[in-house]
Design a protein around this ligand. Structure first.
Ligand SMILES: CC(C)(COP(=O)(O)OP(=O)(O)OC[C@H]1O[C@@H](n2cnc3c(N)ncnc32)[C@H](O)[C@@H]1OP(=O)(O)O)[C@@H](O)C(=O)NCCC(=O)NCCS
Length: 140
């Protein structure tokens, strides 16, 4: 069973370990603990085991997806989809969601396309030598 809920106090280490295992731009335990109040940080558990995270920065009008990651053993089971759906619920009343994704990261691009994101721009060399695609989704 997949459960998605806000990260709780004392779970920053588990979240940072998921980030470290999956992302080149992982946040440390301290960065997760000291995140700004505008940052939504969600944890996905599969049968009670921490399996995925999502972070997003929300403003009055729109949001930016900062990170989404699912541990390799739990991929392909709908965990990322469940995290995104929980984010849309948390974003009620906001109009748009933006994100950056590496041009070569096709699994993530497929996930975002399935969720109604489309590419609206490109940031040259955003990931070291690699370009990022900027993607946008209309929420309401
Ligand atoms: C991208 C990532 C978050 C997907 O997580 P996941 O839990 O396996 O994804 P889900 O099972 O919820 O898949 C939802 C949809 O995403 C797409 N998708 C996910 N993995 C895919 C893959 N390997 N190849 C193609 N499409 C994929 C599919 O459209 C899928 O829908 P479907 O199952 O109906 O085909 C995961 O692969 C990951 O953590 N990657 C490393 C970190 C990363 O790249 N994060 C994004 C940074 S921008």
């Amino acid at each position: 069973m997949i459960e998605v809920r806000p990260l709780r106090e004392g779970e920053a280490l588990a979240a940072s370990e998921i980030e470290k295992a999956c992302l080149s731009t992982a946040w440390s335990e301290g960065q997760i603990r000291d995140r700004s109040p505008e940052t939504v940080y969600l944890l996905a558990l599969v049968d009670g085991i921490p399996a995925g995270i999502l972070s997003a920065s929300l403003s009055l009008y729109d949001g930016e997806l900062l990170n989404i990651a699912v541990l390799p053993d739990f991929r392909g089971k709908g965990v990322a989809q469940a995290l995104l759906e929980a984010l849309y619920t948390a974003m009620q009343g906001l109009s748009e969601l933006f994100l950056e994704v590496a041009e070569s990261n096709l699994p993530a691009q497929r996930l975002y396309e399935k969720n109604g994101f489309s590419a609206v721009g490109r940031r040259k060399g955003f990931y070291g030598g690699e370009d990022a695609l900027v993607m946008r989704k209309q929420i309401c």
